[in-house]
Design a protein around this ligand. Structure first.
Ligand SMILES: [Zn+2]
Ligand SMILES: [Zn+2]
Length: 240
């Protein structure tokens, strides 16, 4: 009730426009998109076929077999999962999260629920994909840490934001970059500076978007070289 009153007051005081359709966002828990836009934003439900390893969307109906896209064959992580495709309300929320270190309640719920419905329950540490010092200074915060904290608070799994660091600053990936170019740009960009905190751990690596998988694969390589037993990837969104 109180939150309803708060929402109405908020709408009166700061009528927030949906960043997609410009209608007003009536519930602050929906964040930057209105309910109608969230309803158009598909969530992976298990009724589609995704690559068994990287979670790439393959077809809109389920398959009886484990299916692989094979673009991820050489990637160093074990399994990757995302809430859904990078589209509509989810992409608007991801962009917002790069500007402000805050995830709205609906987004938090979707992320926690994806973890709860995943096979990643045996993770022993939650590690956010680190930013370079330069990018951290520009942005002021790391959105992957914001997301990692949500899962750590919910599950009680230890958050480790110190052990993995980014030692090479890479320019923002451009849409025109192909998979190979992305791979080269992040190759050896990460380093584990506290190996004993990583050894024999099952790592749940967190990022906002899975694009080509080059970044998370490079992180997983660094983690495994220092003895991590498994690396799972969980992201809010998955580029098609
Ligand atoms: Zn809308
Ligand atoms: Zn794949």
């Amino acid at each position: 009730m109180l939150s309803k009153i708060y929402d109405s007051l908020l709408t009166l005081a700061y009528p927030q426009a949906c960043q997609i359709c410009q209608n007003s966002v009536e519930n602050s828990s929906d964040g930057v998109a209105c309910r109608a836009c969230w309803e158009k934003t598909r969530i992976f439900s298990g009724q589609e076929t995704l690559c068994h390893k990287c979670g790439a969307f393959l077809q809109g109906k389920p398959s009886d077999f484990k299916t692989f896209c094979h673009r991820c064959d050489e990637h160093f992580y074990d399994l990757a999962s995302a809430v859904g495709v990078y589209e509509h309300a989810r992409s608007a929320s991801v962009l917002h999260l790069k500007r402000e270190p805050f995830a709205a309640k609906h987004l938090r719920k979707l992320f926690v629920s994806r973890l709860e419905n995943s096979t990643f329950q045996d993770a022993t540490k939650i590690v956010p994909v680190p930013l370079s010092k330069k990018r951290l200074l520009e942005r002021g915060f790391n959105q992957a840490i914001v997301l990692a904290k949500i899962l750590s608070a919910q599950t009680g799994t230890t958050l480790d934001e110190q052990s993995l660091t980014r030692i090479i600053h890479t320019p923002m990936h451009r849409a025109a970059m192909d998979g190979k170019a992305r791979e080269t740009s992040v190759k050896d960009a990460f380093e584990v500076k506290r190996p004993k905190f990583i050894e024999d751990e099952t790592i749940l690596l967190i990022d906002d978007v899975f694009t080509s998988g080059a970044t998370v694969s490079s992180c997983a390589k660094a983690l495994k070289e220092k003895g991590a037993s498994k690396v799972y990837i969980l992201t809010l969104a998955r580029a098609l």
